[in-house]
Write a protein that binds this ligand. Sequence first.
Ligand SMILES: Cc1cc2nc3c(=O)[nH]c(=O)nc-3n(C[C@H](O)[C@H](O)[C@H](O)COP(=O)(O)OP(=O)(O)OC[C@H]3O[C@@H](n4cnc5c(N)ncnc54)[C@H](O)[C@@H]3O)c2cc1C
Length: 479
Amino acid sequence: MAEAISFMEPRADVLARRSTIVADLSDLLAPECLIHEARELVPFETDAFVSYRRVPLAVALPRTTAEVAAVMKYCHRYGIPIVPRGAGTSLSGGAIPQEDAVVLGLSKMNRILDIDYANRTATVQAGVTNLNVSESVSADGFFYAPDPSSQLACTIGGNIGMNSGGAHCLKYGVTTNNLLGVKLVLTDGTIIDLGGKALDSAGYDLLGLVCGSEGQLGIVTEATVRLIAKPEGARPVLFGFDTSEEAGACVADVIAAGIIPVAIEFMDKPAIEICEAFAKAGYPLDVGALLIVEVEGSEAEMDDMLASIVEIARSHSVKTVRECQSATEAALIWKGRKSAFGATGRIADYICMDGTVPLSQLSYVLKKTAEIVHGYGLRVANVFHAGDGNMHPLILFNANDPEDAAKAEAAGNDILRLCVDAGGCLTGEHGVGIEKRDLMRHQYAKVDLDQMMAVRAAFDPGWILNPSKVFPLDGRDAA
Ligand SMILES: Cc1cc2nc3c(=O)[nH]c(=O)nc-3n(C[C@H](O)[C@H](O)[C@H](O)COP(=O)(O)OP(=O)(O)OC[C@H]3O[C@@H](n4cnc5c(N)ncnc54)[C@H](O)[C@@H]3O)c2cc1C
């Protein structure tokens, strides 16, 4: 598995100038902001897509936008690849470096700059963690809506890079729907501001373009995000079904009826067992699939919405409906769901896929996913944002067995092709990264990819920003 995906050929001229580059960077940054000793570079060799590793040339950890600009200007001048990095929790290899790259880490830029309740915005540096934004405004009754399960660690800059989502994005939208502005350092070191506190801006939507651009259009150093007032109340409810197909069909019908809860999360039997063993959340163990549906609002609003959802669930032979009785129980239910990936890691190695499908295809794709994985002799656990159709099959395998690892990767690719063929796409929230780069050809025609690469080249003509990601490696030559 480890060599199945290749990186761009490292530039011999850059590697040959390594000591000069380190010396030059040390003129731009304080000693504690530059890492270049071999052993200290190791933690930066990969991200949460741990199957691939490359030790970078150096790691720059600037403290200000001006320092980011200085590093960019220098690297641009000498054609040195740059790989932006937040917390390195990418599941698609987005932050994995290459040998000739300077990793530009934003971890030292972790200050909340402005909380503006009148306009309901927060302006933060890119290295602030996702959870920190909500925690900073929680006491005043506000929160930041996108809530990736990795929110304790992942950064706002990384969330923008991947256009991240989370369990509660069904109602409030993903990062792009909650992002109002960014300060962006372009590849030549120019600093620009896109968007601001207003809801819209004139001209092309460059902010929308930057969100989800995986660090290839510039480095985000600051972001202005939307704050949302906490609801009067919120209630997660557990719905247990005999089969995954019934649960999937129920989700499709709830959304088709125009009902939008805050969250609809799905777990199949293996996922329920794994999460329950870890979190003791009280999930029913006698069902084949579970939905966590969260509604919010006043008691009357929640009762109303739940009554409609229960009626739809009954038409799909729901077996268990359990309303949670206390805030502690609600927290446990979410703890179980949000620790699903970590809990799975306790029992096996796994790769997490991230395809999205139209809701009408959910039941079909779930059934086919199981067939694909079992066809390779492997096991699968499904835990995902069902309301968005954003599937996360976790393919379990033994990473110490190269044959098993190759099968897991092949099964994952088959599942992603299935999602595309069912009218969906390769990624709902984890990005393309290095993992799905070559599958982009399955999703897009050459003309589409060429157009995207032309946009990229307008920002980064030298192709130095995160160069091995998103597009097939030979795409640039073929364009
Ligand atoms: C246990 C676990 C659970 C997860 N759950 C979710 C989930 O529920 N939802 C979800 O969407 N994702 C999830 N993820 C994936 C991951 O956490 C997200 O992709 C997250 O947004 C990455 O943030 P990061 O700070 O770690 O960025 P990194 O992994 O460091 O980088 C991600 C990408 O953004 C680019 N980048 C980083 N910072 C900047 C910047 N300042 N400017 C420009 N580009 C930048 C990088 O080059 C890279 O391409 C999960 C990951 C793990 C390990």
